[in-house]
Design a binder for this molecule. Structure first.
Ligand SMILES: [Zn+2]
Length: 163
């Protein structure tokens, strides 16, 4: 079920990205809604309380309670259904493979903005959110998290207060 209040709270994402000519995404709250096609996504998670979290080899981060946004893409076989479906499953025994897995293990999944596109949009999305974070005190970058394969300063963003 689509929860309007949650969509409204996180709607700054498509608004900010529209400024960079990034197409309008759709909002998904159930893994059954995920297309099998390739695409990019912003995973929206909630951390209920302040927490110290070790993220693989990156080290230990003191994270404040709030909304967390992870920017990724699904270009492999199985597309968005496979990659994002993995994030949707709250399995305590899931192997921690990517940076985002360490965050997901401690957070509640709120939903996911999804772009069904064979063009890899993830770095353009991350760069636009970095610019927004530079201009807006409510949004911050979690340095280096999720961006070990590219030149972006981060693919993870945090909002302590709703923007
Ligand atoms: Zn990037």
């Amino acid at each position: 079920m689509l929860e309007t209040a949650k969509v409204r709270k996180d709607a700054f994402i498509p608004k900010a990205l529209a400024l960079a000519d990034i197409p309008v995404p759709f909002w998904i709250t159930e893994s059954s809604q995920l297309p099998k096609a390739m695409g990019s996504y912003v995973l929206v998670m909630q951390l209920a309380e302040d927490k110290t979290i070790a993220i693989g080899k990156l080290g230990v981060f003191n994270l404040r309670a709030g909304r967390y946004y992870y920017v990724g893409s699904a270009m492999g076989a199985g597309g968005l259904a496979s990659r994002v479906g993995r994030h949707f499953r709250a399995d305590p025994d899931k192997k921690l493979r990517w940076h985002v897995d360490y965050l997901r293990a401690e957070m509640t999944l709120v939903g996911c903005w999804v772009w069904q596109s064979a063009t890899r949009l993830e770095c353009a999305i991350a760069q636009q959110l970095t610019e927004l974070a530079n201009d807006n005190e409510s949004l911050s970058c979690i340095a280096k998290v999720g961006s070990s394969d590219c030149r972006c300063s981060s693919h993870v963003f945090c909002s302590i207060d709703a923007i």
